[in-house]
Design a protein around this ligand. Structure first.
Ligand code: NOJ
Length: 571
C-alpha cells in the first residue's frame, strides 16, 4: 500500500423487442439507464490540504465549497472526500471517533449539508470515505470495549489472551511492529491491522454490522452518492489465529503468500460487501461503492465486483496504479487484463492518491515532466472505464517530501524515518495562486506548500493555453463529447510496438484512435486501421500535446514527438 508500505499498500439491461402485455411492462418499468458513475470523472480531495476558509492552516469543508466552481469548470462529476469525521487525526482521519458527525476542525454538519446542496446545484456528487475495518481507540465503542472483559461492547473489537511468549501470534501491523497491543487493565491483547490507535472492529459480531450499516444509511439519507471503502479486504481474521508465514524478501502487502495470509482477503469479506451493496441499492440514484481493493492478480481484485456484480461497482486496481515506469508493454498488458477482467466489471483507472508518490514524480524524467503529465492524463481519460484523479494532478503538482524527521507529520515517517519518509509529500496544499502560501491559507499551512507554487498554480496555468491544467480540461471535455471515448470498446493496436502505446475506442458509429509515445525520442508510428475492421487510413485530430494542425493525420505513417500524444477521430 505504501515505499515498502506504499508499494505494498448492472450489467445494462438488454432491451428486447416485445409486444402486447410485455411491451407495456417494459414501458412501465423503464429500461435502466447507464449508471452515472460509468460516465463520471471522479476527483479525490484530501480535505486538510484543499482550501482553508478560516485561515487556521488546515483545509475545511467550507474551503471545498468555495472551490466548487473551479471543479465544475475542470469538468469533474464526483468528489471522493477522504475522512472528514471527528477523529484524533493519528492517521489524518482514518481513525474515526464518530461515524455520524463532521470533524469540528473541518466544520459543522451545516457546512457539510451546504457542500452537498451547492455541489448538487452544479451536478457534482459527493462520495464519502467509509472506514469499516477499524475505528479510533477514542471511539466510545472502543472505550467501552476496553473497559472490562464483560462490557457489552467487549466483542465489538478483537481481544485475545497472549501466548506464553507475548502476543497471541506473529501477526504484524501493516504500519510496522506487532499487530497486537497489550491492555494491562484486562491483561488481553487487542488486534490492529494498522496503528495501535486503529483497533479492528469485529465483523463477526452482528451488532457491529448493524451499527456500521446504520452509519452508512445516515449519509445516504443525506444524499451522498456512495462510499470509497477503506482497507475493506482486511475486515476478517482467521479466528483460530494461526501464525502467518514469513518469507524472506517477500513482504509485499497484497501478495497472498506473505505474512498477511490469515488476516487479509478472507472470503467472508464478500458477504459484507454484498450486504453493504444491498443497503445502497435500496436508495435511488445508483449509489456507488469504490473499493480499496488490493491484490497481486486481476482475478483477486475482480472478486470484489461480486459473482453477480453485486458487490463493489468500482474496485481499485493497484497493480496498474503501481506501475512505476513508463513501459509500453507493461501498460498494454495491465490495461488489457483489467479491460477483460474475469467479472466483466466496469474498470476504474487512477494513477495517484494520498498514499502514493504523485505520478508526476514517478513517471517524470525531470526534463519532459509536463509532456509526461499530459501523456498520463490522456491515458487516464481515454481508456474504457471511470477515471479517478487526485487533487493537484491537473496542475502537475509534485511531491514535496519532508527533509528532516522533525518536519514529518505522517506517523509512517515518524516511526520509520529515514527508511520510511511517510506520505506527507503527496498531501501538500493545493497551489491556487502565487500569493502567500499559494493562496491556500494566510496561516502557516499544516504541511509546507511546494516551493514551485509561483509557477505551478491554478491562476498561472489558467492563462497558459499549453498548461497541464488546460490539457486536462480539454481532455475531460473531449471525453464527454466523443461518444466513442465514453462507450467504445478498447481495441489494442500496433501490439508489438515497445515505444508507442496505441489503441482504438471503437463503436459502430465511429471510433477514436489514441497514440502515446512513452519515450524521450520522436517516433514514427504506423497504424493499420483495416486490420481492426475500419476502412480508413487517416484520422481527424481531436487533441494532441504538440502542434498538429487541422488537416487529417495519415495513420499509415505519422511522427510523435518525445512523449507526444495524439487523439484522432476515425470513421
Ligand atoms: C488506506 C488509506 O488510504 C490510508 O491513508 C490509511 O492510512 C489506511 N487505509 C488505514 O485506514
Amino acid at each position: 500500500m505504501f515505499s515498502k508500505v506504499r508499494k505494498s499498500l448492472v450489467a445494462l439491461m438488454a432491451l428486447s423487442i416485445v409486444s402486447g402485455v410485455a411491451a407495456k411492462a417494459v414501458a412501465n418499468e423503464q429500461v435502466k439507464a447507464e449508471p452515472w458513475w460509468k460516465q463520471a470523472v471522479v476527483y479525490e480531495i484530501y480535505p486538510r490540504s484543499f482550501a482553508d476558509s478560516d485561515n487556521n492552516g488546515m483545509g475545511d469543508i467550507k474551503g471545498i465549497t468555495s472551490k466548487l466552481d473551479y471543479l465544475k469548470d475542470l469538468g469533474v462529476d464526483a468528489l471522493w472526500i477522504t475522512p472528514c469525521y471527528p477523529s484524533p487525526q493519528v492517521d489524518f482521519g482514518y481513525d474515526i471517533s464518530d461515524y455520524k458527525a463532521i470533524a469540528p476542525e473541518y466544520g459543522t454538519m451545516a457546512d457539510f449539508d451546504e457542500l452537498l446542496a451547492e455541489a448538487k446545484k452544479r451536478d457534482i456528487k459527493i462520495i464519502m470515505d467509509f472506514v469499516m475495518n477499524h475505528s479510533s481507540d477514542k471511539h466510545p465503542w472502543f472505550v467501552e470495549s476496553a473497559s472490562s472483559k464483560d462490557n457489552p461492547k467487549r466483542d465489538w473489537y478483537i481481544w485475545k489472551n497472549g501466548a506464553a511468549s507475548g502476543p497471541p501470534n506473529n501477526w504484524i501491523s501493516l504500519f510496522g511492529g506487532s499487530a497486537w497491543k497489550l491492555y494491562p487493565k484486562t491483561n488481553q491483547y487487542n488486534y490492529h491491522f494498522f496503528y495501535p490507535e486503529q483497533p479492528d472492529l469485529n465483523w463477526r459480531n452482528p451488532e457491529v454490522r448493524t451499527a456500521m450499516y446504520d452509519a452508512a444509511r445516515f449519509w445516504l439519507d443525506k444524499g451522498v452518492a456512495g462510499f470509497r471503502l477503506d482497507a475493506v479486504q482486511t475486515l476478517f481474521e482467521d479466528p483460530k489465529l494461526p501464525d502467518n508465514p514469513v518469507r524472506e524478501g517477500k513482504n509485499q502487502y497484497g501478495d497472498p503468500n506473505t505474512e498477511y495470509l490469515h488476516n487479509d482477503k478472507l472470503p467472508e469479506v464478500h458477504d459484507v460487501l454484498r450486504e453493504l451493496r444491498a443497503v445502497l441499492d435500496k436508495y435511488p440514484g445508483d449509489r456507488v461503492l469504490i473499493g480499496e481493493t488490493s491484490g497481486s492478480d486481476i482475478a483477486e481484485i475482480s472478486k470484489s465486483y461480486g459473482k453477480d456484480l453485486d458487490e463493489v461497482q468500482l474496485p481499485m486496481n493497484f497493480i496498474l496504479a503501481y506501475i512505476n515506469k513508463l513501459s509500453v508493454p507493461e501498460f498494454r498488458k495491465r490495461i488489457e487484463e483489467w479491460d477483460n477482467n474475469p467479472a466483466r466489471g466496469w474498470p476504474l483507472y487512477f494513477f495517484s492518491n494520498h498514499d502514493q508518490v504523485r505520478h508526476y514524480v514517478r513517471y517524470g524524467d525531470k526534463i519532459h515532466n509536463n509532456e509526461i503529465a499530459k501523456l498520463t492524463a490522456t491515458l487516464l481519460l481515454t481508456l474504457r472505464g471511470t477515471p479517478m484523479m487526485y487533487y493537484g494532478e491537473e496542475l502537475g503538482m509534485q511531491n514535496n517530501d519532508p527533509k528532516t524527521k522533525e518536519e514529518v507529520q505522517d506517523p509512517i515517517g515518524k516511526i520509520g524515518w529515514p527508511a520510511e519518509i511517510g506520505r506527507d509529500g503527496e498531501r501538500t496544499p493545493v497551489q491556487w495562486n502565487a500569493d502567500v502560501n499559494a493562496g491556500f491559507s494566510t496561516a502557516k499551512p499544516w504541511l509546507p506548500v511546494s516551493p514551485n507554487y509561483k509557477q505551478v498554480n491554478v491562476v498561472v496555468e489558467s492563462s497558459d493555453k499549453n498548461s497541464v491544467l488546460n490539457f486536462y480540461k480539454q481532455l475531460i471535455r473531449l471525453r464527454k463529447t466523443e461518444d466513442a471515448l465514453m462507450h467504445g470498446t478498447y481495441v489494442a493496436m500496433d501490439e508489438k510496438n515497445q515505444d508507442v502505446l496505441s489503441y482504438l475506442r471503437k463503436t459502430n458509429k465511429g471510433s477514436v484512435v489514441v497514440a502515446l509515445n512513452m519515450t524521450p525520442a520522436s517516433k514514427v508510428v504506423q497504424l493499420d486501421l483495416k486490420s481492426k475492421g475500419i476502412d480508413a487510413e487517416s484520422a481527424n485530430p481531436l487533441l494532441a500535446s504538440y502542434e498538429v494542425g487541422s488537416s487529417n493525420a495519415n495513420l499509415k505513417s505519422f511522427t510523435l514527438p518525445a512523449y507526444g500524444v495524439f487523439i484522432g477521430k476515425v470513421k
